[in-house]
Design a protein around this ligand. Sequence first.
Ligand code: XMP
Length: 493
Amino acid sequence: DGFPASRLFASKFSYTFDDLIFLPHYIDFPADAVDLSTRISRNLPLSTPCVASPMDTVSEASMAVAMASLGGAAIVHCNATPDHQAAIVRSAKSRRIPFASDPAFFAPSDAVSSTADFGSASFAIVTESGSRKSKPVGVVSRSDWEAVADKASPVSDYMRLPPASVPSNYDLEQVAGFLAGEELELVTLAGEEGEVIDLVSTEDVERIRGFPKLGVPSLGPDGKFLVGAAIGTREEDKERLAHLVGAGVNVVVVDSSQGNSKYQIDLIKYAKNNYPRLDVIGGNVVTMAQAHNLIMAGVDGLRVGMGSGSICTTQEVCAVGRGQAKAVYKVATLAKDYDVPVIADGGISYSGHIVKALVLGASTVMMGSFLAGSYEAPGIYEYQNGRRVKKYRGMGSLEAMTKGSDARYLGDNLKLKVAQGVVGAVADKGSVLKFIPYTMQAVKQGLQDLGATSLPIAHNLLRSDVLRLEVRTGAAQVEGGIHGLVSYEKKAF
Ligand code: XMP
């Protein structure tokens, strides 16, 4: 009954997740018995198979610490100077709590002109010179500024004294214990040199404590949160790589929409020769031939997908790419022989897509839009037609390329830039600390239906033709979605 994957993917069709459906197998264990532990790359284990995309509206310090605390990981984007990107990595790696607010820094004589000066944080830090490294002399909150009559007055007029600090590598219970013991509402996190890196309130602690627990936090061999970062394929990316290694990055992703290039292969060899203990993920690839070249160059992981992302226009603009289900299956078939884990990148809209990507051979899924719009995504919430939204943009959009991400899409300094992505907005989804645990519960239920208690078992069931698939007709896809109701409320948890 049904078709084995080897037969289904031997056809001429470029199937993606929605085209396919698995036939159920046999269950003799509860969903909670499913173990989702995996690897992001050859040497780096994760307990949750989720990775946040290297995009400037998805992955900075806040996403990196949240994803690592959930047992997943984030790849810090490279649409920033090497110094700034390395500072984000350092900031994420210096903490053990899943919280980073990226506060603004003011000098005492500075005046706040609008709440936008606070960025997305509720508090700003006042230091002697206004720089991160100088001595803290106070803190101001948004509400402190809102209560001030003369908005042009310097922050020194209404700032509070800086609260006591704890080392930035305190875990959540240590921070909570300190706040309770000292009866404080606010504490600063201090880095190794005593510099203030963030402010944490009792409200933040209570919010985080209320989320469901998931997996074992991802720690690198250094015992700190596992953090990844993206680099481009230009000559100057060697310097960026050196900055990132200096900041303690555990894994780098060579970020290119068509990874099978001399530039990428040279960079992979350079990275592996100069930093043998660093895991290097190559991509993006969608064919076995592309993947083979990067495996021969020495990659520790492969990122799969071309044009499958929600904000991507690569397939329309360049007429190149592949349906994501087939791309994942084909690349994973080859990568398995070399023990190279595969990341299914792009096109994930719900848990069923994650189940499909993982069972078809991926070790992790990489997500942009699914995580954008969350509390942890960079940027501030805005209102559009009465809905709370956050910006989400393709790294190949003109807006992002103007900031420097053109290397991924053009590979060189072309004068005429053509967009391969769009700028949009996604709805407020709350915290990833809440919706990723629920999503993973759904993924476990999917694996249970297929009779697989782990990802390696699912891969073996697929490769040994025990699991069967079919192509869904247009009508079957409609039937599989919500239909025939006058109205409904869609709530997943
Ligand atoms: P999702 O579907 O999760 O996809 O939003 C995220 C992935 O999309 C890729 N990406 C792009 N692809 N033009 C593209 O063709 C773009 O502007 C663009 N920006 C991101 C990237 O692989 C990401 O992980």
